[in-house]
Design a protein around this ligand. Structure first.
Ligand code: 8YV
Length: 332
């Protein structure tokens, strides 16, 4: 493969602020343009950036659609996403424009699984409510019937999407005494399934009807868009909780709000939303709901590692090799 290294340093445009050490290293290696204000770029600014660089480094807050690729005019060759999910990038348009796409898998698995676990504990045990009570100065002291929630141990956890993050959630959940059920396109290898004593459900709805806590850990793709809607909420158990730290678009927000309002399910723990950063006011008002600002992977260590992966992908690509985290169309 012909090396691109003989050419001058690649022009790299980064759409948001990255950890300081990552930006500093990028400045050493590349002809880099940083977004020092950290303001999300408009569609016009993204299109302009794409036409002026060899490598674009976007994040989940950028919509890299067909217009951006079409307007790039052939210079853009690599879209090195800072993040694992690539649903904000039109992969078919990238392929048509001959732009390679990479992401940052693996390095945010544990952090995201920890956050899922935190929500699994927070919602049934009413952590956010309890904290609010104390801070508001309204706590009247311990009582035998005060702040009762539901026990975690012994409950059935239904994991939708058994990739890296789903499996990391399963391992943690086992330690908390949950039994593991999962729905995934492919069944896990026997050894892995036995290791976590997991039950595979070919049929999503059949699993949803049987589990106590549901966690969504699949990528957002055309197949998983609104995977959980009114008919899924209708078959869940009334005491069930739903946790989403994957993508807001996997759940039909209106159906979720209606299910919560009607007591169709007991509560929800959400780290992601359909129209981020907007949050449906009905979710803000609903009891039994814990809301977080898309912070699943927000650790210093994780963000640093994500930046290093972006740099590694750009360098390998620039050296004329296939970058380690190339995203293939249809896969996240
Ligand atoms: C990232 C995420 O921080 O990587 C992902 O898919 O959802 C987040 O945890 C974000 O996407 C960065 O672009």
């Amino acid at each position: 493969m012909a090396s691109r290294s003989a050419r001058s340093r690649p022009k790299v445009i980064v759409t948001r602020r990255l950890p300081q050490a990552v930006e500093a290293r990028m400045a050493e290696l590349f002809d880099v343009e940083l977004n020092l204000s950290d303001t999300p770029m408009s569609e016009a600014a993204l299109a302009d950036a794409a036409s002026r660089c060899d490598v674009l480094v976007p994040t989940v807050t950028d919509r890299i659609d067909a217009a951006v690729f079409a307007g790039a005019g052939g210079r853009l060759k690599l879209c090195a996403n800072f993040g694992v999910g690539v649903d904000h990038i039109d992969l078919a348009a990238a392929r048509a424009a001959e732009v390679m796409v990479t992401n940052t898998p693996g390095v945010l698995t544990d952090d995201t699984a920890d956050m899922v676990m935190a929500l699994i504990l927070s919602v049934p045990r009413r952590l956010a409510e309890g904290e609010k009570l104390v801070r508001a100065g309204e706590w009247q002291g311990w009582s035998p019937t005060g702040m009762l929630g539901h026990r975690i141990t012994g409950k059935r956890l239904g994991i939708v999407g058994m990739g890296r993050i789903g499996r990391a959630v399963a391992t943690r959940a086992r330690a908390f005494g949950l039994t593991i059920h999962y729905h995934n396109r492919h069944r896990l290898p026997d050894a892995l399934e036995q290791d976590i004593e997991a039950t595979w459900w070919d049929n999503l709805d059949a699993m949803l009807a049987r589990v106590d806590i549901i966690t969504l850990n699949c990528p957002h793709t055309p197949e998983t868009h609104h995977l959980i809607g009114a008919s899924q909420f209708a078959i869940m158990q009334r005491h069930a909780y739903i946790i989403n730290a994957a993508r807001g678009e996997i759940v039909e927000t209106n159906a979720l709000c209606e299910a919560l309002a009607a007591g169709r399910i007991a509560g929800a723990g959400l780290d992601v939303f359909e129209q981020e950063p907007a949050v449906d006011p009905r979710l803000l008002a609903a009891p039994g709901v814990v809301l977080l600002p898309h912070m699943g992977s927000a650790t210093f260590e994780g963000r640093q590692a994500m930046g290093e992966k972006v740099i590694a992908n750009i360098r390998v690509w620039h050296d004329g090799h296939r970058p380690p985290d190339q995203v293939l169309e249809g896969w996240a």
